[in-house]
Design a protein around this ligand. Structure first.
Ligand code: TRP
Length: 338
């Protein structure tokens, strides 16, 4: 883990709610793998979550431990990965402040993800400045650790571009290579839809299956899942495209030959939704059961979880502090020596 030739990974999640199967497929599963190959920092992005949750700060802080529990439950090993809380690393806020001078307001307004989020949240002209500038705080998160790899969803790619612009701007300004550029590591699995067929699974849309879901919650979610609305009788030919049950089977059933066989049967007609759903339910129950068990074990030991976060945060402060000293030194902000 301290091997200097290992890549450094930084990634994280906003702490606005517990994580769900979409996160599992999109990022958690690969983070469990990556922790053996890289020095991995996992950020609980509570500061960032505050930027669009003004007045809902309690939701943000309550979910810090929830997300940490999800990490531990899926098998993130705190001895291999450093899990830490963004707000408790003041070095990140400090670095953000210096980077903010290297970006214009109009460049911030052009970030496509920010534009889309402003539209979704209906901010119009009343955009919190902290929200508009969160890509800069994200750049601080990444560069403070000299991370070279940043696993993210495709909606986060503009953040990586903006980070690298800031890195180049900073290094050019101070005339030396202090900060390090990074690359986005995109997941190649298709995004998991919500159980209602909406493009994105999300807790707030109420179409998610969380990682702590009970057996009944899983069964109910599968039962309610959107299929082909025109597949009325078992004998009718059914549509597989856009059919959430099949999309989930593609994501979670390792027996692709059996799934292909079911798809063909469904298209021909003669295969009922209930049969396909039963299979998916079995797969999801088997996947989530051990995750839920581990989550419950950690939940019973909240003090232990907080201790993991405290130690991770200390390690993160040390790493970010080293970069911040270099940054301040390069800017001549070392009045009292380094
Ligand atoms: N923006 C990410 C999200 O919305 C969270 C995040 C904050 C992050 N800082 C980061 C992701 C740094 C990767 C790298 O989920």
């Amino acid at each position: 883990m301290t091997n200097a030739t290992q890549p450094i990974i930084l990634t994280g999640d906003r702490t606005t709610g517990p994580l769900h199967l979409g996160h599992y497929i999109g990022s958690l599963r690969s983070r469990v793998q990556l922790q053996h190959e890289a020095k991995q920092f996992l950020l609980l992005a509570d500061t960032q979550a505050m930027t669009d949750n003004v007045g809902r700060h309690q939701k943000v802080t309550e979910n810090v431990v929830e997300v940490a529990l999800d990490y531990l439950a899926v098998g993130i090993d705190p001895d291999k990965s450093t899990i830490f809380i963004q707000s408790q690393v003041p070095e990140l806020a400090e670095l953000t402040q210096y980077l903010l001078n290297l970006v214009t307001v109009s460049r911030l307004e052009r970030n496509p993800t920010i534009k889309e989020e402003i539209r979704l949240r209906g901010f119009e002209r009343d955009i919190p400045a902290g929200f508009l500038t969160y890509p800069v705080s994200q750049a601080a998160d990444i560069t403070a650790f000299k991370a070279t790899l940043v696993p993210v969803g495709d909606d986060q790619q503009p953040m990586i571009e903006q980070t690298n612009e800031l890195v180049r701007r900073f290094n050019l300004t101070v005339g030396r290579e202090v900060l390090v550029e990074c690359v986005a590591v995109l997941s190649h699995v298709p995004r998991l839809p919500g159980i209602d067929g909406k493009a994105k699974m999300s807790k707030s849309l109420g179409n998610a299956i969380t990682l702590g879901a009970t057996p009944d919650e899983i069964s109910k979610a599968v039962h309610d899942m959107y299929t082909d609305p025109n597949h009325l009788r078992v004998s009718d030919p059914g549509q597989v495209e856009g059919n959430v049950v099949f999309m989930f089977l593609d994501a979670f059933d390792p027996d692709t030959a059996a799934v292909d066989e079911m798809k063909a049967h469904y298209r021909r007609g003669g295969l009922g939704d209930s049969v396909v759903k039963r299979r998916l339910n079995e797969r999801l129950q088997a996947l989530i059961a051990p995750i839920r068990e581990r989550r419950m074990q950690f939940e019973r030991d909240r003090a232990g979880v907080l201790e993991i976060l405290r130690q991770g945060t200390m390690r993160a402060r040390e790493a970010a502090g080293a970069t911040l000293s270099e940054v301040k030194g390069a800017l001549g902000l070392n009045y009292f020596g380094s």
